[in-house]
Design a protein around this ligand. Structure first.
Ligand SMILES: Cc1ncc(COP(=O)(O)O)c(C=O)c1O
Length: 479
């Protein structure tokens, strides 16, 4: 091994050589994708072929081709024909904050390992708490994703609402969490990780619109109580993932108050609507919650992965994990905003707060208002297009920027249509011009679009409709 290798890889010249080239490529990528000039959102490749490519590339590929290949072989969220999963087209300025986080690598578990990001994180989370409508004692932190944040919130709920100390004594009685059957699967997973078992996750039925059926709350609660389950928390989805339907948070807040439950809002996707003058009414009742999750990498234009977990009362954030790590943390009853690792699952985390701060600083809250409002409006326009076309059927009217629909025909045979819509989606995936996804709701297969890209217009969506029809006709003629 060469003695000079380590020295060489750290030279500023080596960095500059690679960075200059990459910055040009990023600029071209942004230009080609955001304008829709690139003719595809992804270049589909079978998994085995892709695996083989990277095995061979490690041995034989040219180093200078690495970034070119990565850009070519990935899904382009910045393309207006990207209407797939709920991941943002990251605002270009946050590409730079991601880079600075990688450079400084301050792990943030304790204040000394992230002085400015610890302070920045408090500025950011306090401002989100105020926007939610929390008053006086609020507080929160950033963590790695909605899944982890929801689990953390439910652990805080257990600590706050269960009379014995589960952390030290284990479970002395069966406990449970209530949530709509349509909620993101991470809530179910959180309950299982917490050891509550199948009976510990009480799924409240959904109504026609796929939002929680509030009329069933009392029945679901009583059934669980009759089985001896002590319910300590209820989760409202804002919105749920598959259809983008917002639960009635006001009604859930009242129910939680009546039964003395922790009220958690999973706003991973649409919590960002607190910034939208036009759509913030969807979150009425959020100010009465005990905790809220909002993903920065979904509707807030940030790179993966950054999530805010906000608490009405910061004491609960402080007490979730009572574990001691004497070399890092000192036990204190006082507010300890400076030592992030006490409150988060992570010991080390990225300096994700910079993405939130820089967007607020450079562009203000208006950027979130403009983005959320535009995307939710666009879904309404798309709904109008689909409603006037007899070949399409909507699962439900969209409440957010998520819209589920299917191609249909005069036979209306669900089994046949399930097969047809699955095949249409596969054909579109392999063609790569548009990227959309699919979901199964009440045994019906739907095509699913999340309108995540700020450059997607009705014209793009009309083109998508035409492509779907072309594929459907080809497939129907084949059979
Ligand atoms: C409502 C909701 N909650 C939680 C999650 C999980 O968030 P993450 O992917 O950041 O872990 C998602 C992801 O789509 C979601 O839509």
């Amino acid at each position: 091994m060469s003695d000079n290798l380590l020295k060489n890889i750290y030279t500023a010249e080596e960095f500059e050589k690679n960075a200059t080239k990459l910055f040009k490529m990023i600029k071209n990528h942004l230009q080609n994708t955001t304008t829709g000039k690139a003719d595809r959102t992804l270049n589909w490749n079978e998994p085995d072929k892709e695996l083989n490519f990277w095995k061979v590339f490690l041995e034989n590929g040219k180093n200078e081709d690495f970034f070119t290949e990565i850009l070519k072989r990935s899904t382009h969220t910045h393309h207006p024909k990207y209407v797939g999963h709920q991941v943002s087209a990251s605002a270009p300025i946050t590409i730079l904050t991601a880079m600075v986080s990688a450079l400084l690598n301050n792990g943030m578990a304790v204040y000394e390992m992230g002085m400015s990001p610890s302070a920045i994180e408090k500025v950011v989370t306090d401002s989100i708490c105020e926007k939610i409508g929390y008053t006086s004692d609020f507080g929160g932190f950033l963590t790695s994703g909605g899944t982890l944040a929801n689990l953390t919130a439910l652990l805080s709920a257990r600590k706050a609402k269960v009379s014995h100390n589960v952390w030290t004594e284990g479970y002395l009685e069966p406990l449970g969490i209530m949530v709509c059957e349509q909620a993101h699967y991470c809530i179910d997973r959180a309950a299982k990780i917490m050891g509550l078992g199948e009976k510990g996750i009480i799924k409240v039925p959904s109504q026609e619109s796929f939002a929680m059926d509030i009329k069933k709350l009392e029945v679901s609660y009583n059934e669980a109580r009759a089985k001896g389950i002590k319910i300590f928390a209820i989760v409202g989805s804002a919105p749920s993932t598959a259809t983008g339907a917002y639960d009635d948070l006001l009604a859930i807040a009242d129910f939680a108050k009546d039964k003395n439950l922790w009220f958690h809002v999973d706003g991973a996707h649409g919590g960002a609507a607190i910034y939208s003058e036009k759509y913030k009414h969807l979150l009425n009742g959020i100010a009465q919650s005990d905790s809220v999750v909002i993903d920065g990498h979904k509707m807030m234009l940030m790179p993966t992965i950054t999530t805010a977990l906000l608490f009405k009362n910061k004491v609960h954030a402080q007490h979730t994990f009572s574990q001691r790590a004497d070399y890092l943390l000192h036990d204190t009853e006082e507010e300890d905003w400076i030592n992030s690792g006490k409150k988060t699952f992570e010991c080390t985390k990225t300096m994700m707060c910079m993405h939130w701060y820089i967007l607020l600083k450079f562009y203000g809250e208006e950027v979130f208002d403009e983005f959320v409002t535009r995307q939710y409006d666009l879904a309404k326009d798309f709904e109008n297009t689909l409603q006037t076309d007899p070949n399409f059927e909507l699962a439900t009217s969209p409440m957010s920027n998520i819209l589920c629909f299917r191609y249909t025909d005069s036979y209306q045979n669900d089994e046949r249509l399930n097969q047809l819509n699955t095949s249409i989606r596969q054909e579109l995936l392999e063609e790569g011009e548009f990227y959309l996804v699919q979901t199964k709701l009440r045994n019906i297969h739907y095509l699913r679009t999340s309108l995540m890209n700020p450059f997607t217009t009705v014209d793009h969506l009309n083109l998508l409709v035409n492509r779907i029809k072309e594929k459907a006709e080809l497939l129907l003629n084949k059979n």
